[in-house]
Design a protein around this ligand. Structure first.
Ligand code: FA5
Length: 337
């Protein structure tokens, strides 16, 4: 039995064959196991002799099998290494490399500038309650200002937000009357506008909100002037023009001197020398109160800008739709951003 097993083990060509041999000899119904089982029929004198012999054979078989197993797995590994060898002289497969979308780059840049001025970033939902998008911002149901932001409604109370201003209210509510509040809120917004070179039905905005004791219009202008110079990386003039938003009082729009012609007049600024980049104002006392802030003690300013329009200016792009049509020829120009 031992001899037969030895030659069979030596001849085994695969781990499976070896496993079968293990069953054949050492398994529950194996040949050696049968010998050990048969011991009960032997005389007391024979038992120890046969027993120790059987045990010796058993450990010998186990040892052979183990050695063979090692040999087999080593040769298997060797065979695999041979067939899977990598030919380092083959030419490389070049993978197309992506880049940051120009719009994302502008939004990140805007965020970086404000973070550098001590702002933190807050976010809010794109599917918003009418009460946050309008009511809490002093735009009741039949207010004519709703016409300025024609909306996509999901139910009469739920809509796709038309601006990032509801995040002002959400942030103030979260802060529970604590100051200072100094946040920017970037995100997507949606309006029922007809798409053209400067309008999209879905675009982005970056909101800003500062609330503290003694905040005045001059701080708003100072911060926005510094922001514009950093963003366009040049010395610029800025001016505030009176405007109207129901949630700010007074309300303004900020123009910068045209980045293309430096203010002398060109096609981009329609010969005026000025380009509007954002809406802003002092937070309306009703909005402060509604969000849990004492409007006698605290004042604040807010602003909202459209990164698409800023990106058009910054990179001299003539159509806002370029940002959404995923034309690779267009996008590749910005690959190094
Ligand atoms: C607002 O949305 C106000 N929430 C901004 C604001 C915030 C004012 C805080 C005061 C205080 P307006 O509707 O003007 O304002 O939009 C702001 C900016 O969004 C515009 O200056 C413009 O850059 C951009 N924008 C508006 N409509 C579109 C559109 N259809 N496509 C692309 N950009 C747009």
């Amino acid at each position: 039995l031992k001899k037969e097993a030895q030659s069979l083990i030596a001849a085994a060509g695969s781990p499976e064959e070896l496993k079968q041999l293990r069953v054949k000899y050492l398994g529950k119904k194996g040949e050696l196991t049968a010998v050990l089982r048969g011991m009960k029929d032997l005389s007391p004198e024979e038992r120890p002799v046969v027993g120790s012999l059987a045990n010796e054979v058993r450990s010998q078989l186990e040892q052979w099998m183990e050695t063979k197993e090692r040999e087999l797995s080593e040769s298997l590994l060797e065979a695999r290494l041979k067939t899977e060898a990598v030919d380092v002289t083959l030419p490389a497969v070049s993978r197309p490399q992506g880049g940051i979308h120009p719009l994302s780059a502008v939004i990140e840049e805007i965020e970086d500038i404000f973070i550098g001025m001590g702002f933190t970033v807050a976010e809010g939902p794109e599917v918003e309650l009418d009460s946050y998008n309008f009511e809490a911002l002093n735009i009741p149901k039949d207010h004519p200002a709703r016409d300025m932001q024609d909306s996509f409604y999901i139910t009469p109370e739920i809509l796709l937000r038309t601006h990032t201003s509801p995040v002002q209210v959400r942030t103030m509510e979260e802060r529970e009357g604590q100051v200072p509040v100094k946040v920017i809120c970037p995100g997507k917004v949606y309006r029922r506008d007809n798409d053209d070179a400067t309008h999209s039905h879905q675009f982005t905005q970056v909101e800003g909100l500062v609330v503290d004791r003694g905040i005045a219009m001059s701080e708003l202008h100072g911060i926005l002037q510094e922001f514009a110079q950093k963003l366009f990386d040049m010395t610029l003039d800025t001016r505030l023009r009176p405007s109207y938003f129901p949630f700010t009082e007074p309300s303004v729009e900020m123009d910068i001197s045209c980045v293309q012609c430096g203010g002398s007049g060109c096609r981009m600024c329609k010969q005026t020398g000025w380009i509007e980049i954002l809406g802003a104002g002092m937070v309306h006392p009703r909005v402060l109160k509604g969000a849990g802030y004492d409007s006698e003690r605290y004042t604040g300013f807010a602003f909202g800008m459209g990164p698409e329009r800023i990106a058009l200016l910054k990179y001299g792009i003539d159509d806002i739709r370029q940002f959404y049509t995923n034309d690779l020829k267009f996008l590749r120009q910005f690959q190094t951003l």
